[in-house]
Design a protein around this ligand. Structure first.
Ligand code: GAR
Length: 209
């Protein structure tokens, strides 16, 4: 039987990625249980999506904390109330300083091909605007392990899409998000199956036993 992994989902806004996880869990393509959704924004639409699906929620508002350390400690305290195996950042727009206990157990998705168009200030639509503005011919998404630097940890999965001459940030975002919708659940499945082996900066995907 496939193992069901306990995850936490950290959001800041719309919660599109959270919705994708919920849909994948319902359809049986993601063997996970979302134990808690934590939002850095009390008005995040993603909180509604969680509530509709009877998923516990918490708000840890970035503006209530003086620095990234105290903000991150508040998140960790909330996470510790649940049996979390993997923390997923899903449109989470802040740095979460990862304590040793969760090291190697935090994933993020970035709507671009790391190491291009990433780092502090590159999120959501800003990434697609930058890709088109630069004249890049391909873009895509990156699922990676998070560390304590924005968009820096080792890459698990990347998926590409062409950038067309008539693309707008909206049309490109839509195609990239479609890739995210399969890549992120796939990375979680691989983690749940114990198939992600770290070798330095590289993540090797082990064959199924
Ligand atoms: C996703 O496209 C994700 O790649 C991006 O936010 C979107 C989901 O946000 N994340 C980042 O840009 C993080 N650097 P939403 O759930 O609020 O729509």
């Amino acid at each position: 039987m496939r193992k069901i992994i306990s995850i936490a989902v950290l959001i800041s806004g719309n919660g599109k990625t959270l919705q994708n996880f919920i849909d994948c869990i319902k359809s049986g393509s993601l063997p996970a249980k979302i134990q808690i959704v934590i939002s850095s924004n009390p008005d995040a639409k993603g909180l509604e999506r969680a509530k509709i699906n009877a998923i516990p929620t918490a708000v840890v508002s970035r503006s209530s904390y003086k620095d990234v350390n105290s903000f991150s400690e508040a998140i960790t305290k909330k996470l510790e109330e649940y049996p979390i195996e993997l923390i997923t950042l899903a449109g989470f727009m802040h740095l979460y300083k990862i304590p040793d206990t969760y090291s190697g157990r935090v994933m993020n998705v970035h709507p671009g091909l790391i190491p291009a168009f990433c780092g502090h200030g590159y999120y959501g639509h800003k990434v697609h605007e930058a890709v088109i503005g630069y004249g890049a011919k391909v873009s895509g998404c990156t699922v990676h392990f998070a560390d304590n630097v924005y968009d820096n940890g080792p890459i698990i999965i990347q998926r590409t899409t062409p950038v067309f001459d008539d693309d707008t940030p909206d049309t490109l975002a839509e195609r990239v998000f479609k890739e995210e919708c399969t890549a992120y659940p796939e990375a979680i499945r691989l983690f749940a199956e114990g198939r992600l082996k770290r070798e330095g900066r590289r993540i090797v995907i082990l064959k199924k036993e």
